[in-house]
Structures are given as structure tokens and as C-alpha cells.
Design a protein around this ligand. Structure first.
Ligand code: PLP
Length: 429
């Protein structure tokens, strides 16, 4: 069945726009095709919209629902905690019990700081690195995303994103002073990084990166690249930060540390750990994180929320017990192959690949090797694909990511591949 209109979602969106800026709560959601749909309920791998349409969900709330919607252990833990207390702003046992669990599954991590969002965790990590090294600047790689704050939302999208000679803002209104803390390197280009680290005049105290470049085409580190970055940071004295907001607890139980066998000094985590509740963490070396006791301010009214921690404890315990990573990763690989061949058979230049339980569809002739390949791909054509897929009951994310959860089954993937064949035929015809 092909959905041809979404009258109730359309009516709700029209109403939302009269009170809510752009009719959405987060800017990127305005890009959703065919329109920002309105949803009423969800369970497992499926969501139901305001018009009663059921969809297979590969958005997973932009990543956090690795266990799927409404996992019984998460729902029970949150419900119980809600009846006990909703907030303390003070100590409680879930703070340390969940920290113990996160340390147990994260190779090489010694301490945890709780925060609320990935963007916040990144800022805390950068502040700790500045305090630990006494150096002001950090290196970020072009195309990597580390949240929406002024100092990191640079060289990400737009015509000059790959210009590594200067920080290029992504948003109007960014602070030029904040941006001047960054130096830009090119992903998988060790030379571009070493030039920045080796020169003391650059005053670089940290290197931050997405261990798999998930936000710009799901581009893996070249073999040995992360290890070489580790060695450069050791040689020149920088704190190495893996931004594992997407990969943490998802690529493998121990995230990118386990997947690639490289241990950074700090990792930030968020989307993988709390099933959609607002929780983030900085984990890593005790000496660096301990600076938060001696002068580095790490504050937040909502830090250590018992509701979010109840969700995280249930999520991490379930991941540790059930280890859904291999299952979801195999399905993501099947999904990638199925999507790519469906569109290629219809004569549309499409490629798809998967890394762990994340699939990436790109409308371009070849799998992106560098950020430039991804940015040069046909985003308008991809949006047409997204709309045609939504009309056939499968929801992916703008930009090309299709997240697979523990709740998806082989039958679900087959259903989505069949939808892709129908979508491809319609788009080609
Ligand atoms: N870092 C990475 C790698 C992300 O993908 C994101 C969000 O997509 C963030 C940081 C920011 O996290 P949040 O949206 O929770 O602030």
C-alpha cells in the first residue's frame, strides 16, 4: 500500500506553526519529507502516525532507541522510579550503580561524569582537556559533528566546510571568538593532523573526533588511523576525545573503544545509553575527570536525573545481557545491500553500506571515501527517496542514516527492501 496523503499530520503541522517556531522542536526536523509527520504511539520497531499509518522506524528518535520503542525493561525501570521520586538534585544510588555498569562495559574507562545532552558532554570534555594541558585550542576534523555550540559547529556543512585553513561557521550568529579555539584537520589525513599538533604555536590541547564519521556519510577510519592519532596525541601531549554520542554502546557493547581496539583519554556518550531519555556522559581517565573536583566547573540542574538514570541502567543492563549488536549489525548489512540493489536495479545511482548496526544510503555513484564525496552526493534525490519510502511505510533519516535496533527482525528488513523496490520503480518511472 502506498500512502498518498497525511491529512491529520498536515493539519497538526499547520497548527504547530502558529505557535512553535517552524512547527518543530529541533531545526533539522523541519526537513523531514513528505512533511514533519506527527506521531501518536510506538512499539518495538514500529511507529504509528496521527493518520493511523504504521511505519518501520529506522530513525530511532535520531539514534537513541537502540533497544527499540517501549522496551519492557526500560519502561518498567522508569515507571518504578517515577513512583519513587522524579528528581532529587542530590545523591542517589542510580548515579553510581549506572556509572559502575558503564565502566564495566567500556574498555579502559575509570570514571564517569553525568550530563544531559551530547552537546553538553562535549563542552565538559573540552574544558577538562584545556585544564589538563593548560593549552587553549583543540583540533576537530572537517565534516564531524559535535553538537550545536559555537566552538564546535564549524566546518561541518556548506560550501566552505572542507576549507581546513580556518574555522567556518555553520550557523548564523556564531561567536567568532569561540570559533578561534579550533584548528581543522582532514579526516583520515594523518599529515594534516600532525602539522597542527607538532607546532607548539598552535597551542593545541585536545583532539576530538567521531571514531566513525557517522554524521557525514558513515565514513570509517582508515585501517590504523585511530591508533596513529592515539600515538600522535601521546607524542605531542594532547588529550584524545572520542565523541561516541552515536557509537557508544552501539557499535559494540564497549562502543568504538572495543570495535577498533583504541583507547582515547575521554569519550562522550549519549544516544546509545539511555533509550531516548536525556542523559549524556563523559567517561575516561580518572586523573583528567578528577579535575572536575579541583576547579573545572561541571554544573547542571538536571545532571544525574533519576528518571534518565533508571532508563540508562535498564538499557545498559539489557545490552550487557542480550548483546543485540551482532543481530542488529547483520540486519543493517542486509538492509544496506537490499537498499543499494533496489535503487541500482531501477537505474538510480545509489550506494549503501553499514558499520555495525548503522546503514548509510548515499545517492551517488560510489561509496563515499572522503567527506567531499558525501557532500557532493545528490541530497535532493535522497530526499525524494526518503519521501517515497515513507509513503511505503519505512522511515529513514535525512542525510542518509538508517539505524537498526535490537527490535528489528529479518522480516522487517525484507519488508523495507520490498518497499525500496517499489519506491525505486516509482522514482525511475
Ligand atoms: N556528537 C555527535 C557525534 C552527535 O551525533 C551529536 C548529535 O547528533 C552530538 C554530539 C550532540 O548531541 P545532542 O544532540 O544530544 O546535544
Amino acid at each position: 500500500m502506498v500512502i498518498t496523503d497525511w491529512p491529520e499530520s498536515r493539519a497538526r503541522f499547520a497548527r504547530a506553526r502558529t505557535s512553535l517556531v517552524g512547527g518543530v522542536s529541533s531545526g533539522l526536523r523541519a526537513q523531514m519529507r513528505p512533511l514533519p509527520l506527527s506521531f501518536d504511539s510506538a512499539d518495538g520497531a514500529r511507529m504509528t502516525d496521527a493518520d493511523g499509518n504504521r511505519y518501520l522506524d529506522y530513525m530511532l528518535a535520531w539514534g537513541p532507541l537502540f533497544l527499540g520503542h517501549g522496551h519492557p525493561a526500560v519502561v518498567a525501570a522508569v515507571g518504578e522510579q517515577l513512583h519513587r521520586a522524579q528528581a532529587f538534585g542530590a545523591g542517589h544510588r542510580l548515579e553510581y550503580e549506572t556509572a559502575e555498569l558503564l565502566l564495566e562495559i567500556t574498555p579502559g574507562a575509570e570514571r564517569v561524569l553525568w550530563s544531559n545532552t551530547g552537546s553538553e558532554a562535549v563542552q565538559v570534555a573540552l574544558r577538562l582537556a584545556r585544564a589538563a594541558t593548560g593549552r587553549q585550542r583543540f583540533v576537530k576534523f572537517a565534516g564531524h559533528y559535535h553538537g550545536w555550540q559555537d566552538n564546535v559547529l564549524i566546518n561541518y556543512r556548506g560550501a566552505d566546510a572542507l576549507d581546513d585553513s580556518r574555522p567556518v561557521p555553520t550557523s548564523a550568529g556564531q561567536s567568532a571568538a569561540a570559533m578561534s579555539d579550533a584548528r581543522i584537520a582532514r579526516w583520515n589525513d594523518l599529515g594534516s593532523l600532525e602539522r597542527l599538533l607538532a607546532d607548539p604555536a598552535n597551542d593545541v590541547g585536545a583532539v576530538i573526533l567521531e571514531p566513525v564519521l557517522a554524521n557525514s556519510g558513515l565514513i570509517e577510519p582508515a585501517p590504523g588511523f585511530l591508533q596513529s592519532v592515539r600515538e600522535l596525541c601521546d607524542r605531542y601531549g594532547q588529550v584524545l576525545i572520542f565523541d561516541e554520542v552515536i557509537t557508544g554502546a552501539r557499535l559494540a557493547l564497549g562502543g568504538a573503544r572495543e570495535f577498533y581496539g583504541v583507547i582515547p583519554d575521554l569519550s562522550t556518550m549519549a544516544k546509545g545509553i539511555a533509550s531516548g531519555f536525556s542523559l549524556a556522559a563523559v567517561v575516561g581517565r580518572r586523573d583528567i575527570l578528577g579535575l572536575a573536583l579541583g576547579g573545572v566547573v561541571h554544573a547542571g540542574t538536571y545532571n544525574g536525573s533519576p528518571i534518565a538514570l533508571a532508563a540508562a541502567h535498564a538499557t545498559l543492563a539489557t545490552l550487557r545481557e542480550t548483546r543485540p549488536h551482532a543481530h542488529a549489525s547483520a540486519l543493517a548489512a542486509t538492509l544496506a545491500t537490499g537498499l543499494a540493489s533496489a535503487f541500482a536495479r531501477a537505474g538510480l545511482p545509489a550506494t549503501a553500506h553499514a558499520v555495525g548496526p548503522i546503514a548509510q544510503l548515499v545517492l551517488g555513484p560510489e561509496r563515499p571515501v572522503g567527506v567531499e564525496d558525501y557532500l557532493a552526493s545528490d541530497f535532493a534525490a535522497y530526499d525524494d527517496v526518503l519521501e517515497a519510502m515513507a509513503a511505503r511505510g519505512s522511515l529513514g533519516l535525512p542525510g542518509g542514516r538508517w539505524y537498526v535496533s535490537a527490535a528489528h527482525t529479518a522480516d522487517d528488513i525484507a519488508e523495507t527492501v520490498a518497499a525500496a523496490e517499489s519506491a525505486a520503480a516509482a522514482l525511475a518511472g
